[in-house]
Design a protein around this ligand. Structure first.
Ligand SMILES: [Zn+2]
Length: 328
């Protein structure tokens, strides 16, 4: 009997305080359909989400932004600019679910109180590039037949798409923003599975939808999640607020144990973070999850570790946003 009690006690003590948040299945590749189903279920279970369609992809998929919290001010977390980086969608959906669950129960997550969401809301955009994710996951039946030949030719004739990074029409969404776009000269000159910057900035519908949405919500801090490399990029062209931005990036580095990227001598430009920093003069970060894996999606086996490293990032940045607002 004593033994049984002992085991029970150990079980109770080791149960993760978020073990009830079980909608997001992290044991299989994360698809657009998984995301839309999970969104519905999370909203049914916890409520309090504002789900907004912010635009459409080139092949007609709705792009979603979800607000959690009652705060009038906000921050934004964006996943899957790139097709092969759907693990960032999984990460953001898990984060949305866990935060929604804790917020409803008025509980803390580790050292972070979800009360902060009464002051600062978090907007989640888990999957900016559903077309690219679908191609990477080999779901070619979702595209018009006549487009398939093009997809294969943009992939150098290969019918294995695991390295696919671009959107559905072969534009690299993180080389599309009007910040140093002109100087981007190292990529292909035509649509491709990666690195094609397009004919002009904001040509891709996904990027137009996102920039328009960002203008309407006017966030205090923005994060774009990518893979891979366990690294945080936090500045662009030595802007005015280096000290402030480095201090905030350092906090995220301490939480995630990802290294802070050294500011490069020649900024590459064209990325979301570059655009946000130059447009708003507010902090933005590109967070690269997972160890380096080459030109493919990180394996599911890294998810748990990356989740543990990233689970406080949203609440921590909401707190930073509130502090920044106080200083104004
Ligand atoms: Zn990326």
């Amino acid at each position: 009997m004593e033994k049984v009690l002992c085991i029970l006690l150990i079980l109770l003590l080791t149960v993760d305080n978020v073990s009830f948040a079980k909608t997001v299945n992290t044991n299989q590749p994360y698809t657009y359909e998984n995301m839309t189903n999970d969104l519905e279920r999370i909203n049914q279970e916890y409520g309090g989400l504002k789900v907004k369609k912010i635009g459409e992809t080139h092949f007609g998929k709705d792009i979603y932004a979800i607000r959690l919290g009652k705060g009038k001010k906000n921050i934004v977390l964006i996943g899957a600019h790139h097709g092969r980086e759907w693990i960032t969608s999984m990460l953001l959906m898990k984060k949305l679910e866990v935060y929604a669950a804790m917020y409803k129960r008025e509980k803390k997550l580790g050292p972070f109180s979800t009360d902060i969401l009464d002051d600062v809301s978090i907007w989640f955009i888990p999957m900016l590039n559903p077309d690219g994710v679908a191609i990477q996951q080999n779901k070619l039946e979702l595209f018009p037949k006549k487009h398939l030949k093009k997809v294969i030719s943009m992939n150098d004739g290969l019918d294995n798409f695991e390295r696919w990074k671009a959107n559905g029409v072969g534009i690299d969404l993180n080389r599309q923003y009007p910040a140093g776009w002109r100087e981007l000269s190292d990529g292909p000159k035509n649509p491709s599975y990666q690195f094609y910057k397009g004919n002009k900035p904001l040509e891709a519908k996904e990027v137009r939808a996102l920039t328009k949405f960002i203008r309407t919500i006017n966030p205090e801090i923005a994060v774009a999640y990518h893979s891979a490399g366990r690294e945080i990029f936090w500045n662009y062209k030595n802007g005015k607020h280096l000290k402030r931005d480095k201090r905030i990036a350092k906090k995220i580095s301490l939480l995630t144990h990802y290294r802070l990227a050294k500011p490069p001598k020649h900024a590459t430009g064209g990325g979301f973070t570059d655009w946000f920093i130059t447009t708003y003069h507010r902090p933005a970060m590109t967070i690269e999850v997972s160890p380096l894996v080459g030109e493919t999606s990180p394996p599911l086996s890294v998810f748990e570790t990356e989740w543990e490293r990233n689970k406080y990032v949203g609440l921590s940045l909401a707190r930073e946003a509130k502090l920044l607002l106080k200083q104004k």
